[in-house]
Design a protein around this ligand. Structure first.
Ligand code: ADE
Ligand code: ZN
Length: 326
C-alpha cells in the first residue's frame, strides 16, 4: 500500500534488535545442514508451528535452543548479513544490534568466533549497501553477575567493535541492581549503557528507577511502564533518555502493543522509537512495526516521521554523523 511504501521510504534507525532473534527457519535449516546438526523439525512450517508464544518465558524457550545451529564464525556472519540485507530493504540506514555472547560461549563457541563473524557482516553490509551498524553486547540477566563480569572482560580485546552493553533475558527476580558493578566497570571502559525494562514485568517501575538513577543508563529498552510514575517520566525527559519500543513483540508477550503508553510518551516529546526486537520470531521487521503501531494507535504521517526522527535522536551516532540523518 501507499502507507507501506511511505514507511519504507522514511530513513530510519533500528535500536532494539537481537541478532539471534533474526534467525529465519530457512537459514536455520541451511546452517544445520552445513554443520551436520539434526533438527527435530523437517519443514519451515513445522518450525513455525513451534512459535507459540504467550509470554517472554515461552519465547525464550524456543529462542535459545534454536541457536545451536550457530557454530562457526561464518554462521554468525551469514546471520547478521541476512538481517542487514533485510533491514536495508526496509529503509534502515543505521542499526545498533544486540548479541548474546553467553548463549554461545556457554555451548563451547569462542567469543572471538561470534564477534568476528558479526563484524565481517557489518563491514560487508556497509560496503555493499552503505548501511551503518554497531554491536551492543547483552548480558543474560538470569545468570550471575560474576558470569556477566567475566564476559565483559572477555570482550575487552574487541572493545573497538562494541559500542555499548545491554541486559536481556528473563527479568523476573533479576533487577538492574544485580548488575550494578558490571555496568559501572563497562562505563569506565567507555561503553554506553542500556537495559531491558520489559513490559509489565513484576517490579517494572522500580527496575526503570534503578536503571535511570542508580545505574545511569543512556537508554532504556521497552520501558513504557514509566508512564505509571510521573517523576520518572520527568527525569527521563530531563536526561533525554531514548526508549526502544517494540510494538509487535509487545503484542506477543503481553497481548497488547502498548500503543496508549507509547503514544502518551510520544505526545510528551520523549525520544520514543519503534523497533522489531526478534523479527524472525514475531514475524515483523522494522517497517511492519511502524505500520502495526500506526494502525493500532491511529498515528498520522507526521507522527510516523517523528518516530523515524526519534530513532536517530535516540541513537548513539556521533554528532557529526547524526547531522546527515536529521
Ligand atoms: N532476548 C531476546 N529477545 C528478548 C526480549 N524481547 N526480552 C528479553 N530478552 C530477550
Ligand atoms: Zn529485546
Amino acid at each position: 500500500t501507499d502507507l507501506a511504501a511511505f514507511v519504507r521510504g522514511l530513513p530510519k534507525a533500528e535500536l532494539h534488535l537481537h541478532l539471534e532473534g533474526t534467525l529465519e527457519p530457512e537459514l536455520k535449516f541451511r546452517l544445520a545442514q552445513r554443520n551436520g546438526i539434526e533438527l527435530p523439525e523437517r519443514t519451515v512450517e513445522e518450525v513455525k508451528q513451534t512459535y507459540k508464544f504467550h509470554d517472554l518465558t515461552s519465547f525464550l524457550q524456543v529462542y535459545y535452543p534454536a541457536m545451536r545451529v550457530l557454530r562457526q564464525s561464518q554462521d554468525f556472519e551469514d546471520l547478521a548479513f541476512a538481517y542487514l540485507t533485510r533491514a536495508h530493504a526496509d529503509g534502515i540506514r543505521h542499526v545498533e544490534m544486540f548479541f548474546d555472547p553467553q548463549a554461545h560461549t556457554g555451548r563451547g563457541v569462542e567469543f572471538g568466533a561470534v564477534i568476528s563473524g558479526y563484524r565481517s557482516a557489518i563491514v560487508r553490509a556497509r560496503r555493499e549497501f552503505g548501511i551503518s551498524a554497531e554491536l551492543i553486547l547483552c548480558f543474560l540477566r538470569d545468570y550471575s553477575a560474576e558470569y556477566a563480569m567475566a564476559t565483559l572482560l572477555e570482550a575487552l580485546p574487541y572493545k573497538d567493535w562494541i559500542i555499548g552493553v545491554g541486559l536481556d533475558s528473563d527479568e523476573r527476580g533479576n533487577p538492574p541492581s544485580k548488575f550494578a558493578a558490571v555496568f559501572e566497570r563497562a562505563r569506565r571502559e567507555g561503553f554506553l549503557l542500556t537495559m531491558h525494562c520489559d513490559i509489565d514485568q513484576e517490579g517494572s517501575v522500580e527496575h526503570i528507577r534503578q536503571a535511570l538513577e542508580d545505574i545511569g543508563v543512556d537508554r532504556i529498552d521497552h520501558g513504557t511502564n514509566i508512564v505509571e510514575d510521573e517523576r520518572l517520566v520527568e527525569l527521563a525527559e530531563t536526561k533525554g533518555i531514548g526508549f526502544t519500543c517494540c510494538p509487535v513483540s509487545n503484542s506477543f508477550v503481553t497481548e497488547q502493543m502498548k500503543s496508549t503508553e507509547i503514544r502518551t510518551l510520544l505526545d510528551r516529546g520523549l525520544a520514543v522509537t519503534v523497533n522489531s526486537d526478534d523479527p524472525a520470531y514475531f514475524g515483523a521487521y522494522a517497517a511492519d512495526n511502524y505500520l502495526a503501531l500506526a494502525a493500532n494507535a491511529n498515528l498520522d504521517l507526521d507522527r510516523l516521521v517523528e518516530l523515524a526522527k526519534n530513532s536517530f535522536r535516540a541513537s548513539w551516532l556521533t554528532p557529526g554523523r547524526l547531522d546527515g540523518f536529521l
